[in-house]
Design a protein around this ligand. Structure first.
Ligand code: NAP
Length: 485
């Protein structure tokens, strides 16, 4: 099954921070893949902008290395990389200075979509937006793309929203949460709203609880300074897990369009109960070996009380979900890399087979990574003689297998999202009020930790996290599913 590719009208994309890690690892390789797929048309333009003194030839060489490293082995005929590089320019400029801006303005075409990707720290958003306006680069075909972290708390998120609103309409602002660009995350909506099978059961009457796990094997790596100021709550829970929770819990939007979808997500966030202090567990990973130091050594802060793991239980106070808890957890240096959502259904109301046959709840597992796919766990009779004993078996659908040998790799989240920017489709981007509502829920949790002098529980690197997180489930006679080595 080969996917249909609809070319996107030629565009100009300016990447501020064009020499940075995100541009080299994600943005430019994603564009290259879309070019190879025939979606990015040859007269589109990519302009890198940063302070480094480079000419366009030097920048193209830097991007060629990035593509070879981060988009290897693509089905791309000879000469394609060279043709792609021919679409690239570079401008040396300082976001806070004057030089270079007039040259950038001269490179932008008049008659097409112009997107400005702010792949720089949020402290530069205002400077860049202001200079784009004063150099005449903002018109109704302009779009602005911003990355996480979108603020550090509600106040800073509001300030960023105000800064952007001073220069752009909300309809021009694309706040990226790359989780929303993942194929399986979009499939979550297809499964929920494209089938009659699940939606009638998708409520507190039939769903016992829902678990969302985003487990990483990596530690904080080179992001120690940033991470120690953020922690798992700000870095992962406030954005990625919150977005997954919204898509799982929201009401069916009237249409798969930006505002109907984002209105429903916003209602979920606003219906979240505050989290009780005993319904949340924070953890910090310990050293595994000399090469894998513990969290505090990794961030260079021996007294750090920042969490590299958080698990919590939360309720949504609305008709659909009242009484069904949602358990969310995310952490670093865990036993396996695994992002999975488990919808655990209630037991059948009465067992006709008797207690000795056993009982198994239906579980719908939605795997975001690795091995993207969906598994429905159903109960059948254990094969063979010996009476009626029930066993749980998986009805497994791996997207890679389902798409067959001719299937292409699903596009990386950035490929999808950047093309959506160019098409002007904001459905998979966060609206300003959503981000603020998420901070309004997170801020009191973090303030509570500070007030109580909360210290995260240590957990072994390579484990499933702190034991207290297991207790969070066991107290409710439930257990986590989903992290497998
Ligand atoms: P980075 O590697 O530090 O790159 C920063 C870029 O900004 C460089 O190109 C730098 O180039 C440029 N820059 C810095 N100050 C500038 C100025 N005054 N004027 C113009 N350009 C300036 O950072 P990154 O990892 O690419 O991250 C960029 C943004 O994306 C950050 O906000 C980060 O939080 C966010 N983000 C990154 C990732 C990721 O995987 N890397 C993931 C999610 C979000 P010069 O020094 O040459 O000016």
């Amino acid at each position: 099954m080969v996917s249909r590719v609809i070319p996107v009208d030629p565009f100009d994309l300016v990447v501020f921070g064009g020499t940075g890690d995100l541009a080299r690892r994600k943005i430019v390789p994603a564009l290259f893949r879309r070019y190879c797929a025939g979606q990015m048309q040859p007269d589109s333009r990519l302009i890198g902008a940063a302070r480094s003194e480079l000419d366009s030839t030097g920048y193209r060489a830097m991007m060629a290395d990035a593509i070879r490293e981060h988009a290897p082995g693509r089905a791309c005929e000879d000469g394609t990389l060279e043709r792609f590089l021919g679409m690239i320019d570079y401008v040396t400029l300082d976001a806070q200075g004057d030089a270079g801006w007039a040259r950038l303005a001269g490179l932008i075409s008049e008659d097409r979509v112009r997107a400005f990707y702010l792949s720089v720290g949020p402290g530069l958003f205002g400077d860049i937006a202001e200079r784009l306006r004063t150099h005449g680069m903002v018109n109704d075909r302009s779009r602005i793309v911003v990355e996480k972290p979108f603020g550090h708390d509600l106040e800073s998120a509001r300030a960023l929203n105000r800064t952007l609103a001073a220069h752009f309409d909300e309809g021009q602002v694309y706040r990226i949460d790359h989780y929303l660009g993942k194929e399986t995350v979009q499939n979550l909506m297809a499964v929920r709203f494209g089938n009659v099978l699940f939606e009638p059961l998708w409520n507190a009457q039939y769903v016992d609880h829902i678990q969302i796990t985003v487990a990483e094997t990596v530690g904080v790596g080179g992001r120690g300074e940033y991470y120690d100021r953020a922690g798992a709550m700000r870095d992962m829970m406030q954005n990625h897990l919150m977005q997954l929770l919204c898509l799982i819990a929201m009401e069916p939007p009237a249409r798969f369009e930006p505002d109907p979808v984002r209105d429903e997500k916003l209602k979920v966030i606003r219906a979240l109960d505050p989290v009780e202090p005993h319904h949340i567990v924070r953890g910090q990973y310990e050293a595994l070996s000399a090469e894998h130091p513990g969290y505090r050594a990794a961030v260079g802060n021996p007294r750090s009380t920042t969490e590299s793991y958080v698990a919590l239980k939360v309720h949504i106070s609305n008709w659909r979900w009242s009484g069904t808890p949602f358990y969310l957890r995310t952490g670093k240096r865990l036993v396996a890399r695994s992002s999975v959502i488990n919808v655990v259904f209630k037991d059948a109301p009465h067992s006709i087979f008797g207690a000795e046959a056993g009982r198994h709840a239906n579980i719908l597992s939605i795997r975001l990574q690795p091995n993207e796919g969906i598994t429905l766990h159903v109960t059948i009779k254990e094969p063979g003689p010996g009476g009626m004993r029930l066993v749980e078996v998986p009805l497994n659908m791996s997207f890679a297998e389902a798409l067959g040998p001719d299937g292409e790799d699903p596009p990386d989240a950035y490929e999808r999202l950047i093309m959506d920017v160019m098409r002007g489709n904001q459905t998979l981007f966060m609206r300003g009020d959503e981000v603020e509502a998420a901070w309004a829920w997170v801020d009191p949790i973090i303030a509570g930790w500070r007030k109580r002098g909360d210290v995260p529980k240590p957990y072994e690197s390579g484990s499933t996290g702190p034991l207290d997180a297991d207790q969070l489930m066991k107290r409710d006679k439930r257990e986590w599913r989903g992290i497998k080595p």
